[in-house]
Design a binder for this molecule. Structure first.
Ligand code: BG6
Length: 482
């Protein structure tokens, strides 16, 4: 089934940090695919800006290589790549000085949308916003896109919001959480609000608990310096897992627009109970044969930063009181697998033979790999011999239903960049939402820092620390195998 694309209006997109890893792996390949899909207008232009001394030709070779490596589509061909490269240019820019800003101002066309993607560290967000204003490069229709991490605690996020607000209105600031751009995450909203089947059951009367897992098999690799100052709490829980949690738990918004959706997500965060120390497990992977430990990889032999977290979150509101949400994420685990599993309550009474326990249905929204939706059902085993029951999956793997070409299921960044051009903030975090999320995790992190708490070691390639199993066992539940 071919994806339908609605072309966006003409634009000039400036990627500041345009030679960085994110630009190379995600932003530029994503734009290329949108051009191939007919969504990026042929007149649109991409201006990459960075500190390096690149000639235009050198820069184009750099992008050509990136596309060869990071675009897998069978439909990619040399002619298309050259056509894409014609839309690109490079400017040497000093984020903290004045070099490059006048040429940038002259390059931008009048009468088209201007978007500025800050693909740089957060310490540069405010200086960049100020320079755009000082050099009169922006107007009320310009947008800025900022990457995570958005601050490292509540105070720094508030300060950053205030600094950006000096140059831009909230409706011009697009705070990216790329998990919101994942197809399956958006499908969670379609599943809940475009089908009448689940919503009547979507509450503590029928749902026993929810498990949200984002497991990675890779370690911190070359990102040790950044990661060691963040840890899983700041890097994953405060943003990606919190967003998945909000979309699962929120009330139906009246309409699918930025204000309504973000209002509902904010209400979820505000209804969270403070987290108890006994309801959270921190871990750090240790060395295993040839596989280095977290401390080796991060370059900090005494590091107490966590590479794994499992926690139980409770909501105090009518819909969810009594239904816990278990969240876990970690690096160097057995598999790369992310999912939201909604575990329904067991049937209240079995009319079948005593030996047959009836299990609650589990609705799984799989983010990666093999994006799709799965509902476990109990059926009768085929054949004679009485009423033997068995569980089977009702499985919808998107690639099978929708086709697995990259142009059919776009990468998260593609969708989000097109939303920036459209001016649609529904899948971006609002300033108050980010602050509320920090407000919830801050006391936990502060407590660890004060106590100099050490994370529990776990084996690379396993399921995380044993304590995380206990987190579930003490509630009479167990983690799903992912
Ligand atoms: C990033 C984190 O935001 O998300 C990384 O900084 C993490 O540590 C990554 O690996 C996971 O994203 P994805 O899309 O590969 O699940």
């Amino acid at each position: 089934m071919a994806a339908q694309t609605i072309p966006v209006d003409d634009f000039d997109l400036v990627i500041i940090g345009g030679t960085g890893d994110l630009a190379k792996r995600k932003i530029l390949p994503g734009l290329f695919r949108r051009l191939c899909a007919g969504q990026m207008p042929e007149t649109a232009r991409i201006i990459c800006a960075a500190r390096s001394d690149f000639t235009q030709d050198e820069f184009k070779s750099f992008v050509r290589e990136a596309l060869e490596k990071f675009v897998k589509s069978k439909k990619k061909n040399k002619k298309q790549i050259e056509f894409f490269l014609e839309r690109l240019s490079y400017i040497k820019l000093d984020a903290l000085g004045d070099e490059g800003w006048e040429p940038l101002a002259k390059t931008l066309r009048k009468g088209v949308i201007h978007a500025f993607y800050f693909s740089v560290g957060p310490s540069l967000f405010a200086p960049l916003a100020e320079r755009l204003l000082k050099h009169k490069i922006t107007n009320d229709n310009s947008r800025i896109v900022v990457e995570k991490p958005f601050g490292r605690d509540l105070a720094s996020a508030q300060a950053l919001n205030a600094e950006l607000a000096r140059s831009f209105n909230e409706d011009q600031i697009f705070r990216i959480d790329h998990y919101l751009g994942k197809e399956t995450v958006q499908n969670l909203m379609a599943l809940r609000f475009a089908n009448a089947l689940f919503e009547p059951l979507w509450n503590s009367q029928h749902i026993d608990h929810v498990q949200i897992t984002v497991a990675e098999s890779i370690g911190v690799e070359g990102r040790g310096a950044y990661y060691d100052k963040s840890g899983a709490m700041r890097d994953m829980i405060q943003n990606h897992l919190m967003q998945l949690f909000c979309l699962t738990a929120m009330e139906p918004p009246a309409t699918f627009d930025a204000t309504s959706v973000r209002d509902e997500k904010l209400k979820v965060i505000k209804a969270l109970d403070p987290i108890l120390e006994v309801d959270i497990v921190r871990g750090q992977y240790r060395a295993d044969g040839d596989s280095p430990s977290y401390q080796d990889e991060s370059g900090n032999p005494d590091s107490t930063t966590e590479s794994y977290i499992a926690l139980k979150a409770n909501l105090s509101n009518w819909r969810w009181v009594g239904t816990p949400f278990y969240l876990r994420t970690g690096k160097k685990l057995r598999n790369r697998a992310s999912e939201i599993a909604v575990v329904f309550k067991d049937p209240p009474h079995s009319i079948f033979a005593d030996s047959q326990d009836l299990k609650g249905n589990v609705l799984t929204i799989r983010l990666q790999p093999d994006e799709g939706i799965n509902l476990s059902m109990t059926i009768k085993e085929p054949g004679p011999g009485g009423m033997r029951l068995t569980e089977v999956p009702l499985d919808m793997t998107f690639a099978e239903v929708l086709g697995d070409d990259e142009l059919s299921i776009p990468d998260a960044y593609e969708r989000l960049i097109m939303d920036v051009i459209r001016g649609d903030q529904t899948l971006f975090m609002r300033g108050d939402e980010v602050e509320a999320a920090w407000g919830w995790v801050d006391p936990i992190i502060k407590n660890w820092e004060e106590k100099q708490a050490k994370p529990a070691p776990y084996d690379a390639g396993g399921n995380g620390p044993d304590d995380s199993l206990m987190l579930m066992h003490k509630d009479g539940r167990r983690w799903r195998e992912v």
